[in-house]
Design a binder for this molecule. Sequence first.
Ligand SMILES: [Zn+2]
Length: 178
Amino acid sequence: MTVTVSGVAYTDPVQDALARDLDGTLWALCEGAATGKPRYAAELHPERQRVAMEGLLCACCRHPADRNEHGMLWVLPVPDDAVDLRWEGLHSAIPPMCEPCSVSVPLLCPRLRDGHVQLRVREAEPIGVRGTLHPRPGSQDAPDYDAFVRYDSPDMPFVVARQAVRELRRTTVVATAP
Ligand SMILES: [Zn+2]
């Protein structure tokens, strides 16, 4: 990994090219294949997360997410801090869900079992990424391992992305649990 004034890059140019998407965003390379059942861990595998988020596929089974006249289905954990109960303008790194998974997954996933909300979302614009933000060359700052960087930010060339983030708008709360 090298950081120059033009941004962060993998040292091996082939690896670097493979790790970039069409917009030039550099993605974290992971050991291990993005196959098998998700472990319902805190974060999805970057490849799985990106594919699901870009294609609006179910976070769990990769089938197309459910859509009805009220929008697309998202099942999200209720954060510990107080939230705007309209769930409007929320930044989500969690992809949407299909109908069957929206029933089964909250029973399996510890983060959702503790409380979750089912939303219908009419607009989910891609707005940025979460990942590791590297300091500019010469800076004494430490890398920020959990930075949110907007696509239009000057920080974008300095981030190694792990998760694509969408902003959820025109939301309707379908159900909350518990
Ligand atoms: Zn599913």
